[in-house]
Every structure is written in structure tokens, then in C-alpha cells.
Ligand binder design. Structure first.
Ligand SMILES: Nc1ncnc2c1ncn2[C@@H]1O[C@H](COP(=O)(O)OP(=O)(O)OP(=O)(O)O)[C@@H](O)[C@H]1O
Ligand SMILES: [Mg+2]
Length: 245
């Protein structure tokens, strides 16, 4: 069995009376490509917020590399090799594209064997396909290029676990396919575990090996795409609408 990178055990997040994430347990292993799907408001982003240290779970444990990260700040999650993108991209609009990447590199608190190709702005820009835009201010590139830039900023911290929140939202069909190819390459070539939240379910299911389905804060399925699409509970809660044409 591949190395266990992150264990989420019984993660619960409450906002007042609302339980956004309800006792979610999931293990993420080295070099896995995992999708997370589920209806709007299912708790997907809140789960990411909890496992990247952006918010503290109401209860539950997070264990990375044998260390208990529960209650620690986001920098401890970064030091443990966890990086994420946000559903609404967060780039520095007035800084050049290359400077945005440089910012991530400066905060790479750790060097990692095997991640040598992520040690320069040029190599990251080449990987995400923004070499020609390097000198432009981030505000001057398209929204879909800003999504790529945000991935580049996350890569610059040389993560072992990369969390992507709807990086294909608002993209054209062709751009979504390119994004899926990039995600595959990051996992294949950079020895990284990637967890990918997306509503573009048919594309996602074609590319991931494992998919977790959240519904009303709970895990209702965790298996291969073939298993999940046949699951009656998943079809009823989500896929019936998403995949019907
Ligand atoms: N900071 C917050 N305060 C209060 N309620 C919140 C907060 N963040 C999220 N919620 C609520 O928690 C639930 C889960 O939201 P979340 O954003 O995690 O869903 P999601 O699965 O990412 O949805 P989407 O697919 O629309 O992005 C929703 O009911 C949402 O309104
Ligand atoms: Mg969300």
C-alpha cells in the first residue's frame, strides 16, 4: 500500500446550527488522483478548508505524516506539504505572472527530493503553459489563465498533496480537457497526490482513479468511478441530474 499522506478522521464543521461537514473520514495516499463531487452546498469546499488549516474543524482529527495537525495554523499544513487553490482564484493582480510564482517559491518552507523541476519560475511557468505571459501583470491575463497561475503558485510551495477547488469552473470544453491533462501530468510527473473538486463530473470521472461523493456534509460513496456511477444513492443524490442529458 502506498504511503499514507493525510488521514481525515471524523471531520465535522458546524456553522451555528448548520453541519456543513458531518463526520467525514478519508485517507489520501501518495500519488493518488482523487475526485470529490457532490451538489452545491454539499460541504466540499468546507472540507478542503478544514484539511488545509484554513478553518479549524469543530471536531475530528487530521494526521499528516504521522503528525497530528488538528488545531494547527495554515502554515503547519503548508509545512506538511499541503497546498490548495481557492474556488475564486487568489492571485496578486498588480504583480507580474512570474512574480506571483516567485512569491510561492519564497514561501516553499521545504525542499523535496524529486520536486527539482519546481525550483524555478521558468519551469513552473512552462508546466502550466504561461511562459509567454510571464512578464504581464496577473490582472492582464484571462480568468482561465489566472486559474492556471493559481495552480502554479500552489506548485511553487512544492506540495506533496495538492487540493484543487473547481479549477475548471467557467472554462470551455477544450480548456476543461486541457486542465484535466495538466492535473494528470502533475500527478504523473511530479510525484504528487491530487484531490480535485469539480462539477464537470463526466470529465472528472474519466481522469480520476477514485472519487468521493459528498451529500449534505456526509460521504455517501468512496470508490472507483465505475463503482460510484452505479451507486443508487449517488445517482439519486447527484448524478441523476448532473449526467442526464
Ligand atoms: N463561513 C461560512 N459560514 C456559514 N455557513 C457556511 C460558511 N461556509 C459554508 N457555509 C455553508 O456550508 C454549506 C457547505 O458549503 P460549501 O461551500 O462547503 O459547499 P460546496 O460543496 O463547496 O458547494 P459548491 O459546489 O456550491 O461550491 C453550505 O450550506 C454553505 O452555505
Ligand atoms: Mg465549493
Amino acid at each position: 500500500m502506498a504511503e499514507l499522506l493525510l488521514q481525515a478522521q471524523g471531520i465535522t464543521v458546524r456553522f451555528g446550527g448548520l453541519t456543513a461537514v458531518d463526520a467525514v473520514s478519508a485517507d489520501f495516499h501518495a500519488s493518488e488522483l482523487v475526485g470529490i463531487i457532490g451538489p452545491n452546498g454539499a460541504g466540499k469546499t468546507t472540507f478542503f478548508n478544514a484539511i488545509s488549516g484554513v478553518i479549524a474543524p469543530t471536531s475530528g482529527q487530521l494526521i499528516a505524516g504521522g503528525r497530528n495537525l488538528s488545531g494547527k495554523g495554515p502554515h503547519r499544513y503548508a509545512a506538511a506539504g499541503i497546498a490548495r487553490t481557492f474556488q475564486t482564484p487568489r492571485v496578486f493582480p498588480d504583480m507580474q505572472v512570474s512574480e506571483n510564482i516567485g512569491f510561492g517559491l519564497k514561501f516553499a518552507g521545504r525542499s523535496r527530493e524529486g520536486a527539482w523541476h519546481l525550483r524555478s519560475e521558468e519551469s513552473i511557468l512552462a508546466l502550466i503553459g504561461l511562459g509567454a505571459q510571464a512578464a504581464l501583470p496577473a490582472a492582464a491575463i484571462t480568468p482561465s489563465q489566472q486559474r492556471l497561475l493559481e495552480i502554479g503558485m500552489a506548485l511553487a510551495t512544492r506540495p506533496r498533496l495538492l487540493l484543487l477547488d473547481e479549477v475548471a469552473a467557467g472554462l470551455t470544453e477544450a480548456e476543461i480537457e486541457n486542465m484535466a491533462q495538466l492535473i494528470r501530468r502533475m500527478r504523473d510527473e511530479l510525484d504528487m497526490t491530487v484531490v480535485w473538486i469539480e462539477h464537470a463530473v463526466t470529465t472528472l470521472l474519466r481522469h480520476v482513479e477514485r472519487v468521493i461523493v459528498l451529500h449534505q456534509g456526509r460521504v455517501i460513496a468512496d470508490g472507483t468511478p465505475a463503482e460510484v456511477v452505479r451507486d443508487a444513492g449517488v445517482i439519486e443524490a447527484y448524478l441523476g441530474d448532473e449526467m442526464a442529458v
